[in-house]
Design a protein around this ligand. Structure first.
Ligand code: CAO
Length: 556
């Protein structure tokens, strides 16, 4: 008989409030003992939490972005009553999570090398593998510095990887790398030498040598013990001589590729160089899909854009402590905003955008819509302007098929779509979503109005399915119900254009004899300049404007 079990975060050493960056299972999944359930990531380690049981996931209790600590509930599972499963994992989970180092051990090369405090001479130190829990023989998978490099305290030196965790070992001190003792592929354990570091004697003597071990800097919260013949008291002296550690996570972001252990393993199996891949996951983490896409392009002999130009290094923005300037309140972003944020940034950074502005005279279209509104209302349909706009856009997409295309993965050709699915940006309490209305060319305005009502309601209720959000050819973002005269919408890749509409207003328009009040609708068409040029964009908005000013033309 199946029993329900709760899976909690196991002992994760010194970590507290670690972010859930990936959920690897969902309700209904059958999983085996040791299958990875979630990935947690701090700025120095990425850890997959394995399942202690074999069974079926009943409910996942955490969401991406949640901060968890030892004992936090991760999920509920239905498991068979085979006791062996649990035992196997409890044993392994003991060694699963290392006491991830904040500052590794250092060993002075020899006492006689040590110059008098204040002399300004350098001292060579050997950086040892710190306490990494019960891990033994962990593989060195990356060496992040080279001989001669200057490093600051807390800069990452090497990455170690076990089958469930990837750990960057930070430098205990600032100095110059005088030699590297390990090489990629070596297996190391606590106390093994990693590299030699030349440090300034003055820095080390910055604090009184007689300081007690308890007075070690707060950052050195793992037992950074001096190896060799030093006593515990000497260890404390060594820690007390460390310069203040300045945490600079933003310096590391973008410099070192972030990926979970399983993704790193996958990349190694396929021979993909992580340094060449730009991650599309949270915090630019490299995902399995990123590696697959990279390999697909590599197999076609195509070097992807970004890597060929060198990985794009965006200058990091400084972290600001806003509380210094007044009272603040921090609220987490909604799930939709977190998810759409990455996609919007990727679209904005990858697509060269241009926005074409124009106006359409919708005086007669609005008169017609107002005539039809009450008839539509009798069928419980709210006849807004948007369905007319969707039909008119399809008319232009037929005439200018480049707007109904996408670039191929190798950017060498255009894929023209023979179907007409239109995405409509919907403002929901959780953020912006773009559900897709399919086959707009085959539907009438009333049918589209009804579908639009239903899909935007589902969006607002958070009930869209993944298929509602896929397969779009072209998007419309209407802010007309709210206000504004123009804006610059972001192209929703892999589409190549998006139409923004702002609030219509009566304007005096010269008819050849006099100024006439006409209802004018502002149009803002953003497009991918790699696919569409300015002339084509101007043709789009003027054709659209023509169709909207006389919708009888749609029938032709
Ligand atoms: N000009 C002036 N008024 C407009 C207008 C326009 N372009 N478009 C809509 N309106 C007014 C009308 O008065 C209309 O009422 P009536 O039909 O009774 O006259 C009312 O707004 C209805 O608007 P609506 O927003 O409820 O319905 P819609 O079909 O026009 O739009 C939807 C539906 C889902 C697109 C819209 O509700 C929405 O969420 N818009 C926001 C999209 C958004 O946030 N985009 C920004 C993305 S950033 O790229």
């Amino acid at each position: 008989m199946a029993i329900e079990k709760s899976v909690l975060v196991p002992d994760i050493g010194d970590f507290d409030g670690v972010e859930v960056i990936e959920i690897l299972v969902s309700a209904g999944d059958s999983i085996a003992v040791e299958d990875s359930l979630v990935t947690l990531e701090s700025d120095k380690a990425s850890i997959e939490i394995p399942s202690p049981y074999a069974g079926v996931v009943r409910e996942v209790a955490v969401r991406i972005g949640d901060k968890v600590s030892e004992g936090t509930l991760l999920l509920h599972m239905l498991v068979g009553d085979s006791a062996g499963d649990k035992k196997a994992v409890v044993e392994r989970s003991g060694q699963l999570i290392p006491d991830v180092p904040t500052v590794p051990d250092v060993e002075e090369k020899s006492d006689s090398d040590t110059p008098a405090p204040g002399s300004g001479d350098s001292v060579e130190q050997i950086v040892l593998v710190p306490d990494i829990g019960s891990f033994e023989g962990v593989e060195v998978i990356e060496i992040l510095v080279a001989e001669g490099d200057s490093v600051a305290a807390e800069d990452s030196l090497v990455t170690l990887e076990s089958d469930k965790a990837s750990i960057e070992i930070p430098s205990p001190l600032s100095g110059e790398v005088a030699g590297i003792v390990v090489k990629v592929g070596d297996r190391v354990s606590k106390g093994d030498p990693l590299l030699k570091l030349k440090t300034q004697a003055e820095l080390q003597s910055a604090k009184p040598a007689q300081a007690h071990p308890d007075e070690a800097p707060a950052a050195a919260n793992s037992p950074a013990r001096v190896a060799g013949s030093d006593s515990g008291r000497q260890a404390g002296e060594k820690e007390s001589r460390q310069p203040p550690v300045l945490a600079r996570p933003s310096d590391l972001t973008g410099r070192i590729p972030h990926a979970s252990p399983s993704v790193r393993r996958f990349a190694r199996e396929l021979g993909a160089d992580l340094a060449q891949i730009i991650g599309t996951g949270p915090k630019q983490r490299i995902t399995r899909d990123d590696i697959q896409n990279y390999i697909k392009l590599a197999l076609r002999g195509v070097v992807p854009d970004a890597p060929s130009a060198g990985p794009m290094q965006l200058p990091a923005l400084p972290e600001i402590d806003f509380a210094k300037f007044g009272e603040i309140e921090e609220r987490p972003l909604s799930r939709i905003k977190k998810l759409s944020g990455g996609h919007l940034s990727a679209c904005w950074l990858n697509i060269p955008h241009v926005t074409q502005h124009d106006e359409a005279d919708i005086t007669s279209l609005e008169a017609f819509r107002n005539e039809q509104k009450s008839a539509a209302a009798r069928q419980d349909i709210r006849l807004t302007f948007l369905p007319f706009l969707m039909k008119a856009c399809v008319g232009v997409l037929r005439e200018l098929p480049e707007f109904n295309s996408s670039l191929s993965a190798d950017r060498g050709s255009l894929i023209y779509k023979k179907y007409f699915n239109i995405g409509v940006a919907v403002d929901t309490p959780g953020g912006l979503v773009v559900p897709v209305v399919r086959n707009v060319d085959k539907k009438g305005v009333l049918e589209l109005a009804a579908e639009l009502m239903a899909i935007s309601q589902r969006a607002r209720d958070g009930k869209l399915s993944p298929s509602d959000l896929q397969g779009g050819c072209f998007s419309i973002s209407s802010l007309g119900g709210i206000g504004g005269t123009a804006f610059t919408p972001i192209v929703n890749a892999p589409e190549v254009a998006i139409l923004g509409v702002s609030k219509s207003a009566f304007k005096p328009v010269w008819n050849g004899k006099e100024f006439e009040p006409r209802l004018m609708l502002p149009l803002s068409l953003s497009y991918d300049h790699r696919v569409i040029d300015g002339a084509m964009a101007a043709r789009f908005t003027s054709t659209l404007s023509g169709l909207l000013s006389d919708i009888r033309r749609l029938l032709l």
